[in-house]
Design a binder for this molecule. Structure first.
Ligand code: AMP
Length: 272
């Protein structure tokens, strides 16, 4: 049995995860749940795109067996007097977790509940949310959950923008500007392939490219070890470049992107 947790407004990125689950499993469950406990800003939660009937159609088109769409009151009984939460460790307070206090506590708590309800053999997560993927690997290991976490690469539009449910909230102008993340990523990857190993130089290159789009407000640009998430001053193995920020006023849309860094074109190494 395979499980693909989502927050809905499904796009091709989600469908790639579901197809992978379909190829590996006899029975596929997709959850659609906009988890309130992982949102910091109330406006982001309220404005998050929702399209349940479209999601159900898309799930049917790729052979999903069950779409699980719990309501928050049933998933979180006794809230706010709830006694038990899962708390993310130090990794949960870095980067994405630093900008969005409590975000990863919400993610690991809801995934623990969803894993217990659905009891899958494996769950598929996208590298699009790279830190989340690493956190989920840790969660199942730390709490001895017998669930394999299957990673899937970032799926992009033809021009390179990483697919995201939030892209639906971009104005046409900001949709174009949002390409700065992909441009920064590819420029930095090229610099690493030319042999640059100093993280400070790599981050500088990414920021230079991002600065050409002043409308994009950078939150962080980081080069980390993909396993430990520790910043790496120099790349002596595989590294990961992570970019986050926001664009637009009403609505303000948070955008993330990330990708591997291979020094001297050493080529892909296994992620974990
Ligand atoms: P979300 O609905 O945004 O919470 O995403 C649900 C799952 O789909 C997560 O594991 C995401 O990492 C994954 N995902 C979202 N966008 C993409 C993408 N463009 N490529 C690959 N996986 C994605």
């Amino acid at each position: 049995m395979g499980f693909v947790p989502t927050m809905g407004a499904l796009h091709e990125g989600h469908l790639a995860l579901i197809r992978e689950a379909r190829a590996r499993a006899d029975f596929v469950v997709v959850s659609v749940f906009v988890n309130p406990t992982q949102f910091g800003e109330a406006n982001d939660l309220k404005g998050y795109p929702r399209d349940l009937s479209g999601d159900v159609d898309k799930c049917a088109s790729v052979g999903v067996d069950v779409v699980f769409h719990p309501d928050a009151a049933r998933l979180y009984p006794d809230a706010p007097a709830r006694l038990t939460h899962v708390k993310a460790g130090p990794l949960g307070r870095k980067l994405e977790g630093r900008s969005r206090a409590g975000h990863f506590d919400g993610v690991v708590t809801v995934c623990t509940a969803l894993f217990h309800i659905t009891a899958p053999h494996f769950a598929v997560f996208g590298e699009k949310d790279f830190q989340q993927l690493v956190m989920l690997r840790r969660l199942v290991r730390d709490l001895h959950m017998p669930i394999e976490i299957v990673p899937m690469p970032v799926l992009r539009d033809a021009d390179g923008l990483a697919l995201s449910s939030r892209n639906a909230r971009l104005s046409p102008r900001n949709r174009k500007r949002a390409l700065c993340l992909f441009n920064a990523l590819t420029a930095t990857q090229a610099l690493a392939e030319e042999g640059e190993t100093r993280s400070s130089r790599l981050r500088k290159r990414a920021r230079e490219v991002l600065a050409k789009t002043p409308e994009f407000e950078v939150d962080y640009v980081a080069v980390v070890d993909p396993n430990t998430f520790e910043p790496t001053p120099t790349l002596d193995g595989p590294g990961r470049l992570l970019i986050a920020g926001a664009i637009g006023k009403r609505p303000r849309v948070r955008l993330l992107d990330n990708g591997p860094l291979f020094v001297g074109a050493s080529g892909p190494t296994p992620l974990f």
